[in-house]
Design a protein around this ligand. Structure first.
Ligand SMILES: NC(=O)c1ccc[n+]([C@@H]2O[C@H](COP(=O)([O-])OP(=O)(O)OC[C@H]3O[C@@H](n4cnc5c(N)ncnc54)[C@H](OP(=O)(O)O)[C@@H]3O)[C@@H](O)[C@H]2O)c1
Length: 277
């Protein structure tokens, strides 16, 4: 491979990428980067205004993007989004399932024991992370099956392999996302087309809306004991920056990974490799 072939591999011109959770700290960085690499991008989130603001900020490239309101735990809302994607761009090449997160109500703390966590909060975490990955994969995966090609990229977490303290449902839901990633990779390749690939990335720790309440003190902004423990356990000694994910995302969405399916790639500054000793 030479330099021109390499840059062609990462040229997404004419490709359509649907991103759920596209207004999040991580999803929005992925959306901007994919538009920058030439892709048409559909930015999905429940709230339309922040998605529209991100599209506007893309300047000249804004015409490659569209903001669509969709709830990943609601199949009908996703079908409606798929119709809009079809109308605007004609089809879908890649799905990036970046919607996800934890909830304070589903997290233990001194005044909230595991035994008292409200079932509704636990269910919401499963709905968002697990069903929120499965349902978009059904809706947009069907379009890929019809086309005979496509790529699905899920977003897992370090909590999937080894549970983190306090986040009772989040780690279990992400573990299920890993399992589902492997299952769907095999299913798509065997039942529909070996040119449909399914993988996941497992980010380490990034300071975002969903975990700020655990990692930083709301009053002072200083790291909590948990935040400090994470940095201590990350050999690279820092939180991730959203752009740290882009190399793995572009690789897994592009033909550079044409023979890669059913894997979960950690992007974690060494967190998962470190025993603590
Ligand atoms: N931050 C980290 O350190 C970290 C580490 C490992 C893995 N992750 C994973 O990375 C992914 C992105 O995380 P993030 O930190 O960027 O999240 P974030 O900043 O909290 O953003 C969450 C995004 O998901 C959307 N969303 C939430 N509920 C939704 C629903 N029911 N339907 C559709 N969209 C919904 C939000 O928009 P609306 O509210 O408008 O819908 C927003 O766009 C998640 O899967 C997360 O679990 C994050």
């Amino acid at each position: 491979m030479n330099r021109e072939e390499l840059s062609r591999t990462y040229d997404f011109s004419g490709k359509t990428v649907v991103i759920t959770g596209a207004t999040g700290v991580l999803g929005s960085e992925m959306a901007r980067s994919l538009v920058g690499c030439g892709a048409n991008v559909a930015l999905l989130a429940r709230r339309l205004a922040p998605a529209e603001a991100i599209v506007r900020q893309m300047g000249e490239r804004a015409r490659q993007a569209v903001a669509i309101s969709a709830d990943v735990s609601d199949a009908r809302s996703l079908e409606n989004a798929a119709a809009q994607v079809r109308e605007k761009f004609g089809g879908v090449d890649c799905l990036l399932n970046a919607a996800g997160g934890n909830k304070p109500e589903a997290t233990t703390r001194p005044d909230q024991r595991f035994f008292d966590l409200p079932p509704e909060a636990l269910r919401q975490v499963f709905d968002l992370n697990l069903m929120g990955t499965i349902l978009p994969s059904q809706v947009f995966g069907r379009m890929m099956a019809e086309a005979g090609e496509g790529v699905i990229l899920n977003v897992s977490s370090m909590a999937a392999d080894r549970p983190l303290t306090r986040t009772a449902a989040y780690g279990a839901a992400k573990a299920a996302v890993d399992n589902f990633t492997r299952w769907l990779a095999v299913h798509m390749a065997q039942e529909y087309s070996p040119r449909i690939r399914v993988n996941a990335i497992a980010p380490g720790f990034f300071l975002t809306e969903q975990n700020k309440f655990l990692l930083t003190d709301q009053q002072t902004g200083n790291l909590t004991a948990r935040g400090t423990a994470i940095i201590t356990h990350t050999p690279m000694g820092r939180f991730g920056k959203p752009e740290d994910l882009l190399g793995a995302v572009l690789w897994l969405l592009s033909p550079a990974s044409a023979f890669v399916t059913g894997i979960v790639v950690p992007v974690d500054g060494g967190f998962s490799a470190f025993s603590g000793v």
